[in-house]
Design a binder for this molecule. Sequence first.
Ligand code: ASP
Ligand code: MG
Length: 243
Amino acid sequence: MALIVQKYGGSSLATIECIQAVARRISQTKKEGNDLVVVVSAMGKTTDDLLKLATEITPHPHKRELDMLLSSGERVSMSLLSMALHHLGQCSISFTGSQSGIVTDTSHTEAKILEIRATRIKEELARGKIVIVAGFQGVSIEKEVTTLGRGGSDITAVALAVELKADQCEFYKDVDGVYTQDPKQYPHAQKMKTCRYEAVLEMAEQGAKLLHADAVRFAQKHALPLYIASSFDDSLGTYIGNS
Ligand code: ASP
Ligand code: MG
């Protein structure tokens, strides 16, 4: 039995149908005998929409309030996903970043994770539950809600996987793996079965929307195996590691 952390991005959770499909995939992984922690982003373009609302009120929203607002996006997706899992007969529970024990510094909208006190997650896993965690957020050492910067739920997933000593951290996305070149620009680009951290890091730093660079760096530091695949089909994705 393995402990797997799965992360689903916004486009994989954009509609109720997407959320139901994600719930079926999670349920399948659980039935295969794995323990599962699932990190979610906000549905579709929710974070952009919330940001737009804030800037319609003021061009310079107060960063604490912005974090209160933006963190709500992931609360919507985590609770709906947990409900979808209940509907499939699975036992699951959703947690905010704060409930998950993700402690950050005090830099609102670009907070860094300082430590993870994963007691509640471990307790629920021990009860056999699937734990759904809101990505991109935590609680500061001053007990305020913080967010980790755009695309930060990749960081949540990797940091949790390292803390929980997960066997693998899987990312389900609207791209189905790592390619030799950008498949949108180069139709003959080949999907790689395996890929080194350095290569993915280079792509991330050049702006490829594959994985957050900080997440890849952290995974590399801890030799955490990563896997990127499509959330829309079952084709084999790309394993990322040291070889
Ligand atoms: N929802 C947040 C964003 O759009 C976090 C994430 O997607 O990783 O930036
Ligand atoms: Mg997002």
